[in-house]
Design a protein around this ligand. Structure first.
Ligand SMILES: Nc1ncnc2c1ncn2[C@@H]1O[C@H](COP(=O)(O)OP(=O)(O)OP(=O)(O)O)[C@@H](O)[C@H]1O
Length: 350
């Protein structure tokens, strides 16, 4: 997941509410990760459909269809992939689109899979085209063509693979080549969590961290977590820090509000990147419409970061609209920033 410094270069604040994770985060997350379907909060429809797919496959004694999980970062795609492997009682091999430089790298991974193994392919939309082509042949025919020799004398020797299951994860399902997308027998889209669901995530995490979380503090953290369990867990750890260092050790509303203020998480859970996107849209571009790339340059971020990290939540909250001519600020954006919209400003339709 793309993660970087914001325009301010402030690592601490940027990381706190950014849904991506780095190595240190991953270690902290591992301890809180649900291991079974019944520990996995929310996403009821996807969870039910998926558990049906798995039960049926287990009943038949066959590897299940390939599974594609899409949705914004931090909503549980990796967690679900791990649960799938655990339910099937098989090991899980992990790689990602950007980690595979050449089709040969993927051929090596595929040819070393054991029967029934789960291959988790994160950021699958970032696979280079030759690797994607090799993958969909392997997914359909359980075969890779190993190319021997070079130039005119090169020939492809088919190598049979044992049945396996690919679990692909993507924040941008639309970027997957159609033939690859079609090889997935099950596609599940993960959506943002409700505040009540995030409260349940937090109660479970507080239990695992052996801290007592007061209900009003849980509600406050949940409502500022951008609908994302990863952010909820991260904010919980920061509130715990505040309570330990500056408070009386209790994770109550006072500690929650104080910690969230220190880390500049606003009432809606927006972080500095979100606020710079909104401010640029409202002030610099007078409400838009403005193209994604121009907007990203204005806030000093990669277009992909703005599109996959900030935008989905801003759109969901009704702060930003997407139109064929670009992004526009919605009335709620001005309201949230405490600004007055221009009287003859652009509308959704430009
Ligand atoms: N449904 C859930 N119930 C409880 N905790 C969850 C749930 N979903 C995610 N989490 C928590 O959030 C963390 C992040 O989830 P996960 O790594 O699965 O997200 P992801 O969608 O794969 O993100 P990315 O796209 O950045 O890889 C997990 O470590 C887990 O603790």
């Amino acid at each position: 997941m793309a993660e970087g410094l914001g325009p301010s270069g402030d690592v601490t604040t940027e990381r706190l509410v950014r849904p991506g994770s780095d190595d240190v985060e991953r270690a902290a997350e591992a301890a809180l990760r649900p291991r079974r379907f019944d520990e996995f909060v929310g996403q009821v429809v996807v969870r039910d459909q998926l558990s049906l797919v798995l039960q049926a496959a287990l009943g038949r004694g066959k590897a299940p269809d390939h599974v594609l999980l899409s949705g914004p970062p931090g909503l549980g795609k990796t967690t679900l992939a791990m649960i799938i492997a655990a339910e099937l009682g098989t090991p899980m091999r992990v790689t990602s689109g950007p980690a595979i430089q050449h089709a040969g790298d993927l051929a090596a991974v595929l040819s070393s899979l054991e029967e029934g193994e789960v291959l988790f392919l994160d950021e699958i939309h970032r696979l280079a085209r030759p690797a994607a082509e090799l993958l969909y042949v392997a997914m359909e025919d359980f075969r890779v063509d190993v190319v021997v020799g070079k130039g005119a004398g090169a020939s492809a020797i088919p190598l049979a693979l044992p049945p396996f299951t690919v679990v692909g994860a993507t924040t941008r399902a639309g970027l997957l080549p159609a033939p690859l997308r079609d090889r997935f027998g099950f596609t599940g889209h993960l959506d943002f969590y409700s505040v009540a669901e995030l409260e349940r995530v937090l109660v479970r995490s507080a239990g695992l961290l052996h801290v007592e979380l007061f209900p009003d503090a849980g509600y406050e953290i949940a409502s500022r977590s951008r609908g994302t369990p990863r952010i909820a867990n991260r904010l919980l750890r920061r509130v715990r820090d505040w309570a330990q260092v500056r408070g009386d050790g209790r994770l109550d509303l006072v500690a929650a509000n104080a910690a969230l203020t220190v880390y500049e998480v606003d009432a809606l859970g927006l972080d500095r990147l979100d606020r710079s996107v909104l401010t640029a849209l409202c002030v610099r571009f007078a409400g838009g419409p403005v193209g994604l790339t121009t907007l990203a340059v204005a806030v000093g971020e990669e277009p992909e970061t703005v599109e996959t990290v900030a935008e989905p939540f801003l759109v969901r909250e009704g702060l930003v609209g997407r139109t064929p001519r670009g992004r526009v600020a919605m009335p709620a954006a001005w309201e949230h920033l405490g600004l007055t919209p221009p009287v003859t400003g652009p509308t959704l339709f430009g």
